[in-house]
Design a protein around this ligand. Structure first.
Ligand code: ADP
Ligand code: MG
Length: 447
């Protein structure tokens, strides 16, 4: 039991450590991971969450569990409230500082305060990308235009993109930063509400445009064309454009050709998986930044364990720290190993699997073909397999709910959420399903 004068952040860290053990990983990752404590007063514990969608989900499905866990930690009854806030929590460790953005930031781009050049560790894996990003940040419009950064999940694309944004804002430039998914959604609603002129103006009046995850434009002809014009206009005016993607321009399927060729105009550079030394430096930087003390051998252990994805690396550190707080003891490499094992059976698989791979394997396991799952068929067998494919995509890629829905025949985010939920409960109650899932997991991550 923690004393009540412990900060809400520390209580919530302990609660997250506990919740991580009590709910399964997809659930935790989807709903709880990006939360942080806002306040604890008069028996009300306010938790910051990143969106209304998450708030509603937690309110409906996890409130009593969360209240129980908090009561266990605080030693008294608690009412929990989920409140939408920016920067609900980029990590468990950061959550003590991760209060909502100050009001004056509301009209600025929504950057994560931690994603700066200062906190970015450069090594051989990302040297060129880092240098190019610095050049672009300091001399926008003249160095590389556009700058196209690509690489697998969790390798620092968004971090570098926002670091450029931070610098540009500090230099009084007008910066707009969006994900390709947001751009698409904004465009769709502008078309619906007949406000495309306003939207064009918004995007074409900036000094710098930062667009994250443009692989999302794949197959979206209309958005791609629209973005092409925005791109051209800004580029002609000498405004800086920076783009990130999980793959190089020539590997993004069904992108308008002229947009693809624009992407290749400037510098296209890759972020690769970090070496052991870089991983260790990243962990050291993070503990320093978050003000936690961890023995060097523990950091070495974690750096050796998690190799392909820095988000996963940081996640392991968070888990280990939360676990140690929970059982109130010093972290040793043995404890770290145990924490990682207890909370979800080792670091999540880090092999980069493509959506096509996953869908193919799921389809075959159900004696179907991939196009059955990506198409419109709705018989029972196909629907079950499709749900499992959604669940697997959720576990093994960093696709958004929307993207997963798109990959599987144009379903919406809510359908994907429902499917994942159903699979999660089927795994508990249905041995046939459990066997199928195991069979698929075996093929996805043979070791
Ligand atoms: P991506 O956009 O490529 O999926 P992110 O930029 O979101 O990855 O990075 C994932 C996490 O790893 C973030 O918390 C980020 O701060 C951290 N990270 C990635 N690369 C580095 C780096 N070189 N130095 C420090 N932190 C990093
Ligand atoms: Mg990213």
């Amino acid at each position: 039991m923690l004393e009540t004068r412990t900060s809400p952040g520390a209580v919530w860290e302990a609660a997250l450590g506990d919740l991580q053990i009590q709910v399964n990983r997809p659930n935790f990752d989807t709903w709880l991971k990006k939360t942080s404590a806002l306040s604890y007063e008069d028996g009300e514990f306010v938790v910051a969450v990143p969106s209304t969608f998450v708030a509603e989900y937690l309110e409906r499905n996890q409130r009593s569990l969360v209240e129980k866990v908090l009561a266990g930690i605080l030693g008294q009854e608690v009412k929990v409230k989920f409140q939408v806030a920016q920067w609900a929590g980029s990590s468990v460790l950061a959550s003590r500082k991760a209060l909502p953005a100050p009001p004056q930031q509301a009209c600025l781009p929504l950057f994560n305060p931690r994603y700066t050049f200062d906190t970015f560790v450069s090594g051989q894996c990302n040297q060129l990308a880092y240098a190019a990003a610095m050049a672009v940040a300091n001399e926008p419009g003249s160095a590389y235009n556009p700058l196209f950064l690509y690489g697998g999940p969790g390798l620092g694309k968004t971090h570098l993109l926002q670091a450029i944004g931070h610098t540009a804002v500090a230099n009084n430039l007008k910066v707009l930063c969006v994900s390709a998914e947001q751009y698409t959604n904004e465009l769709m609603s502008a078309i619906r509400e007949r406000q495309t002129q306003e939207l064009l103006h918004k995007y074409r009046s900036v000094d710098m445009l930062l667009v994250d995850d443009v692989q999302f434009f794949a197959g979206k002809q209309k958005t791609g064309e629209n973005f092409f014009h925005t791109f051209d206009e800004l580029h002609n005016a000498g405004r800086q454009i920076v783009i990130t993607s999980d793959r190089p321009p020539n590997a993004i399927p069904m992108l308008p050709d002229r947009l693809r060729s624009r992407f290749e105009w400037g510098l296209v550079t890759e972020l690769q998986a970090p070496s052991y030394d870089t991983r260790l430096a990243i962990l050291q930087g993070k503990t320093k930044h978050d003000g936690v003390e961890i023995a060097p051998d523990v950091l070495e252990f974690l750096a050796a364990q998690v190799q392909q994805n820095i988000r996963v690396l940081e996640g392991s550190l968070n888990r280990v720290v939360a676990y140690a707080r929970l059982i109130r003891t010093m972290v040793t490499p043995q404890l770290a190993a145990q924490a990682i094992r207890d909370i979800g059976g080792g670091p999540p698989p880090v092999k980069l699997l493509s959506a096509g791979n996953i869908i193919g394997i799921v389809a075959r396991t159900f004696q179907l073909e991939a196009p059955d799952l990506t198409g419109k068929k709705r018989d029972k067998e196909t629907s079950t397999a499709r749900r499992v494919a959604m669940y697997m995509l959720r576990q093994h890629t960093n696709f958004s709910l929307n993207q997963i829905g798109q990959e599987l025949g144009g379903r919406d985010a809510a359908a994907v959420t429902n499917s994942c939920r159903k699979v999660t409960s089927d795994i508990q109650s249905n041995p046939f399903m459990r066997r199928k899932i195991l069979e698929i997991q075996q093929q996805l991550c043979p070791d």
